[in-house]
Design a protein around this ligand. Structure first.
Ligand SMILES: Nc1ncnc2c1ncn2[C@@H]1O[C@H](COP(=O)(O)OP(=O)(O)OP(=O)(O)O)[C@@H](O)[C@H]1O
Ligand SMILES: [Mg+2]
Length: 332
């Protein structure tokens, strides 16, 4: 996902862990990568290709950079949509040294013609590049150095099987627990020099939609609020007031989450409603709903998905104060 606000994203980047030992949570990834990286380094070999998939803001880009640091190699950063033509990809690949990391963000948006060149590049470390067209066309064989491809995607389901199968290490990033985000907020507060009580860190963690990026963003909003309104010291009450001002409710749902749920409840009598109809009513892109909004609402039980469509759960009804209107059987 592209960052919404570049300056905000830059500030948050300073909070990005650069070593595996600094990463919060994601124990399966930290352990799996730790073993793979140690083994590759001992053998003096490049790391296998790695794919990260999961919702936005959980650490895909962060772990890609950590891999490069831990392997002690440079990283080249590009994205699926930026690689418009095969020549764009071949240009980058032919400049990679042995062991270097090529990070392709939003790899599910790679044009098909470009993706096909990746197959032989990943597997045999060569590309057969066809230059020119018609009778004058000739195939140029480019041998490549043994590089490491790191791909990131919010939609693993959109990757073709031939591409997915060429990754040796595949990791799913899951939402962070409240405990993990409390650690993350405490760490970020220390880096930013924010004086914060533990209760306040926990309050921010609880209301961050299980997402590392949101936790860091809300921490910065709480810091601003505390500096202006509360003499810099962040208590739970200060955090609560700042988060409520930001439109984040007591369960951590933001305005879009509430709009999504209230649309199902009020326009579609609680559902089921199909994705396209919902997207049209919300005037929002269906893929934004699927990638950004729904994963957390599904995970936390506010929405239920069935072949017939999306339904709001009893928990959603209760949270939005729509109890008593239901003609449906209890869902929870
Ligand atoms: N494991 C982690 N420990 C501590 N902080 C983290 C961790 N993962 C992510 N972060 C923080 O969250 C921010 C967002 O993470 P990142 O940019 O890696 O997400 P992403 O999965 O690449 O999101 P997108 O899909 O939007 O590209 C980072 O800048 C970093 O500060
Ligand atoms: Mg990213």
């Amino acid at each position: 996902m592209p960052a919404s606000d570049p300056s905000e994203e830059q500030a948050i980047a300073s909070l990005r862990p650069t070593r595996l030992a600094e990463a919060v949570g994601q124990p399966a990834i930290v352990e799996g990568l730790g073993i793979a990286i140690t083994a590759a380094r001992r053998r003096g070999e490049p790391l296998d290709h790695v794919l990260f998939h999961g919702p936005p803001g959980l650490g895909k880009t962060t772990f890609a950079h950590i891999i490069a640091v831990e392997m002690g190699v440079p990283i080249t950063h590009t994205s699926g949509p930026a690689l418009e033509k095969p020549a764009d990809l071949v240009g980058i690949l032919s400049n990679l040294e042995r062991g270097e990391v090529l990070f392709i963000d939003e790899i599910h948006r790679l044009p098909h013609a470009v993706e096909e060149y990746l197959y032989s590049a990943m597997e045999d470390f060569r590309v057969d590049f066809v230059a020119g067209t018609g009778a004058g066309a000739k195939t140029i064989l480019y041998p490549l150095e043994h590089f490491t491809l790191v791909g990131a995607t919010t939609r693993a389901g959109l990757l073709s099987a031939p591409l997915r199968d060429r990754f040796g290490l595949i990791y799913h990033l899951d939402y962070y627990s409240e405990e993990e985000l409390t650690v993350l907020v405490t760490r970020s507060a220390a880096i930013l020099g924010v004086r914060m009580e533990e209760d306040a860190a926990r309050e921010i963690a609880r209301r961050s939609r299980g997402t590392a990026r949101i936790a860091n963003r809300l921490l910065r909003r709480v810091r601003d609020y505390a500096e202006v309104r509360a003499g810099s010291r962040v208590t739970r009450e200060v955090a609560d007031a700042a988060l409520t001002r930001e439109g984040v409710d007591t369960l951590g749902l933001d305005q879009m989450d509430r709009l999504y749920l209230s649309t199902i409840l009020d326009h579609y009598d609680g559902g089921p409603v199909g994705l396209e109809a919902l997207a049209a009513t919300l005037n929002e892109d269906a893929s934004i709903l699927v990638d950004v909004v729904e994963p957390y609402l599904l995970k936390s039980g506010f929405v239920l998905r069935s072949p017939a469509g999306r339904r709001a759960s009893e928990q959603a009804r209760a949270h939005l104060g729509r109890t008593g209107q239901s003609h449906q059987p209890r869902l929870l």
